[in-house]
Design a binder for this molecule. Structure first.
Ligand SMILES: Nc1ncnc2c1ncn2[C@@H]1O[C@H](COP(=O)(O)OP(=O)(O)OP(=O)(O)O)[C@@H](O)[C@H]1O
Ligand code: SF4
Ligand SMILES: [Mg+2]
Length: 344
């Protein structure tokens, strides 16, 4: 049987010969600030890959650089340095014209469903717009494709004439997903796609995304604060803190056996809202502040396990167990037998 991850990759590109849809290496992005204030290092030395048909989750507190990664990934924000390949094409330094042409194959869904829609367009027009821009479909063929997309995202054709303000948040986000899918992308970046939706609606949107991924073999990057959503959708998860990837690996493994104190804190913070669960073992104080970037490990200002050695240099990502890396001096490769559980 042929490999489904390769069958639909774009022909004549590197992606046609590989299961890798997204490859990011040493991505860096700094935003200048007003004079006298240090520049914001939004993304620093970030690397990861995502295969066709797979989802990488990105988690981290507000300001950790998740959306900047998403925007740089699709060329919406230029990076300072690094290598980004999506569908076998280099995004860094690609001319704006090429990025526009490739956009049909790599789409993004943003957090705020209403703000992503043009209030002047009703549902049918919103879904037809990307098709008119990126395809030759017109007349009956165009109508047929719009109908198919509405069906794919489980939106009743009765809603086709409604304007965004006449839809629920869940319906608005389904229109955004239909728009993103309109041009048959191979890569979908989902930046907090369910954050502004009611809990009851979130599950439906996640189920929809999973079904579409299976049907269309899409590569997803899912940014979310919600570890439950990450567990449900992502095979792998990356944890960001102050622009750096501090842990990455298989979702089950990272969330059940975290190797970085920050990941442990995020899991503890999630559990602490559950009254039946004991509070996190180690208390992490303060909040992420890009203006007070410490020397050495980025987490020194909040880490309950910090020692003087942590201030010397930023620990690199070390493979703790196969495919599971973390950037902390307490992490040793599996053979060296050490993890956070022994550290106090
Ligand atoms: N266009 C910009 N100009 C200046 N600074 C920016 C810009 N975009 C992002 N930043 C800064 O870069 C850092 C990372 O921001 P980013 O939006 O990527 O974080 P995030 O993890 O997506 O946060 P949130 O969870 O709140 O969406 C923040 O300190 C932010 O203030
Ligand atoms: S290197 Fe030190 S400060 Fe950084 S996460 Fe590890 S123990 Fe904490
Ligand atoms: Mg964001």
């Amino acid at each position: 049987m042929s490999d489904p991850t390769q069958a639909d990759a774009p022909q004549g590109t590197a992606a046609a010969h590989s299961a890798v849809a997204i490859a990011v290496e040493a991505m860096n992005k700094t935003f200048p600030t007003r004079r006298g204030v240090p520049d914001v290092i939004a993304v620093e030395d970030v690397s990861f890959t995502v295969d066709y048909g797979r989802t990488l989750g990105i988690v981290g507190e507000s300001g950790s650089g998740k959306s900047t990664v998403a925007r740089c990934l699709l060329g919406l924000t230029p990076v300072d340095s690094g290598r980004i390949e999506v569908l076998g094409r280099s995004i860094v330094d690609a001319p704006a014209r090429s990025l526009r042409a490739w956009r049909s194959e790599m789409q993004i869904v943003f957090q705020e469903p209403y703000e992503s829609l043009d209030p002047r367009y009703h549902v049918w027009e919103s879904v037809a717009e990307p098709l008119l821009l990126h395809t030759d479909l017109r007349g009956g063929e165009l109508a047929g494709r719009v109908h198919e997309l509405l069906e794919q995202v489980a939106l009743s054709p009765d809603l086709a004439g409604r304007y965004p303000h006449e839809l629920s948040g869940g319906q608005q986000q389904r229109v955004n997903i239909a728009r993103a899918l309109a041009t048959s992308p191979r890569v979908l970046v989902l930046d907090e796609p369910t954050a502004s939706l009611d809990v009851s609606v979130q599950e439906g949107v996640l189920r929809l995304l999973l079904r579409l991924q299976q049907e269309l073999n899409l590569a997803y990057v899912l940014i979310s604060h919600d570890l439950k959503a990450i567990r449900a959708v992502c095979e792998r998860v990356a944890v960001m803190y102050l622009g750096r990837l501090v842990e990455i690996g298989p979702t089950d493994e990272v969330l059940s056996n975290p190797k970085h104190p920050y990941t442990e804190f995020l899991i503890g913070a999630e559990l602490s809202v559950d009254p039946d669960v004991a509070p996190a073992a180690r208390v992490v104080r303060g909040e992420v502040t890009s203006s007070q970037r410490p020397t050495g490990c980025v987490f020194t200002t909040r880490c309950p396990l910090v020692t003087s050695t942590c201030h010397e240099s930023q620990p690199p990502l070390i493979e703790a167990t196969p495919g599971h890396d973390a950037a902390c001096i307490l992490v040793k490769p599996e053979s060296a037998a050490s993890d956070l559980s022994g550290a106090v």
